[in-house]
Design a protein around this ligand. Structure first.
Ligand code: ZN
Ligand code: ZN
Length: 217
């Protein structure tokens, strides 16, 4: 599903992060159904979006947000329509492992201002597996919820945000870089860790021989 350097149809790279294509055509490509129901007693309207027909009518490039906003009830006391999206294609962590140009960015959006942390997909999976909060089957849309521990600074779990960093290695990056900044840093850290692992502690040898005192009478 996620073969190649570019995200599959229905997904896009937004500011270097994997994102769902927010347009009607993106919903079609992700096989995502959209339905809505208005709870208001005098309305009770049910809406099911015929996405294919919308595309035929030339509305494929409209942002879904705009479509849903337009379909709200035009009533003086507001609208209580709730929309439900039923995605058929649910990308998981397991689908994006072993790709050099993809990583996970974890940050706390709370008041603590803890710096952003970038890690490999494999390391992120291992962390979730160790804590039994997730693994390869964890949905990319539920990464933040699977982070086991609270933020070290603000001691809160509610502010986690985890994004999939993604760049296309066949395309040049902003500011003329070959690879994005996070990738350079991550590679340096990984290399350091490999060096440290290679530096085996010295084997304890035999105790140093005691210098023999010459016995001179
Ligand atoms: Zn209504
Ligand atoms: Zn925090």
């Amino acid at each position: 599903m996620f073969a190649g350097n570019r995200p599959p149809p229905g997904w896009t790279i937004d500011s270097g992060r994997l994102a769902e294509d927010p347009r009607v055509v993106g919903y079609i490509q992700r096989n995502c159904a959209v339905r809505g129901h208005c709870q208001q007693r005098e309305c009770r309207r049910s809406v099911y979006l015929a996405l294919d027909q919308m595309q035929k009518d030339g509305q494929g490039l409209l942002p879904m947000r705009q479509v849903l906003q337009t379909l709200r009830c035009n009533k003086l006391n507001g609208c209580s329509i709730t929309w439900v999206e039923e995605p058929a294609l649910k990308p998981t962590l397991g689908m994006i492992t072993h790709r050099d140009h993809i990583a996970i960015e974890v940050r706390c959006t709370g008041p603590c201002k803890t710096p952003t942390f970038v890690t490999t997909v494999a390391a992120f999976i291992a962390r979730l597996q160790a804590a039994k909060t997730g693994g390869p089957d964890t949905l990319l849309s539920k990464l933040a919820e699977a982070i086991p521990e609270p933020c070290g600074k603000c001691k809160d779990t509610r502010f986690w945000r985890a994004d999939v960093l993604w760049y296309d290695p066949t395309q040049s990056q902003p500011l003329g870089r070959k690879v994005p900044f996070w990738k350079q840093e991550l590679d340096e850290r990984l290399q350091e860790a490999r060096f440290r692992a290679a530096e085996k502690p010295m084997e304890p040898g035999p105790p140093p021989a005691q210098p023999r005192r010459s016995r001179r009478a």
